[in-house]
Design a protein around this ligand. Structure first.
Ligand code: ZN
Length: 126
């Protein structure tokens, strides 16, 4: 598989029996299913996210990312609990892509993230 962001080769990374693909260049991670949600619950899984968050932020700005499986333009969606994290998701359900550093951030929900998302929900209700 080629990286949807920088076209480099992606390699298999397995953690606790769950296999995802990581780009050998930008270190973005492709989750073919709900592995990001499963891995979030597993202690220590943040070590799969070895890339530099600075580089990840640069790649986060790229638009019109195509799904590496079906080549359809992917949706850019904010995480429900941490709206500052945006990841790309295939509209045909082939998977999602996290830039370097995003999975680590996704995994570590801090108290301030919680308060921020709560405040957002309250604002929406008004
Ligand atoms: Zn890449």
């Amino acid at each position: 598989m080629e990286c949807p962001k920088c076209d480099s080769i992606m390699e298999d990374v397995t953690y606790h029996g769950l296999t995802v693909e990581r780009c050998t260049h930008c270190k973005g991670i492709w989750f073919p299913g709900i592995e990001h949600k499963q891995l979030k619950e597993i202690k220590g899984s943040e070590i799969i996210d070895i890339g530099s968050p600075e580089l990840g932020k640069e790649y986060d700005l790229l638009e019109d990312i195509h799904c590496p499986v079906c080549d359809t333009v992917m949706d850019r969606v904010p995480d429900l609990f941490q709206p500052h994290i945006h990841f790309e998701i295939c509209i045909h359900g082939h998977g999602s892509f996290f830039d370097a550093g995003e999975f680590k951030d996704f995994k570590e929900e801090t108290l301030s993230d919680f308060v921020r998302s709560l405040a957002m929900h309250l604002r929406k209700k008004k």
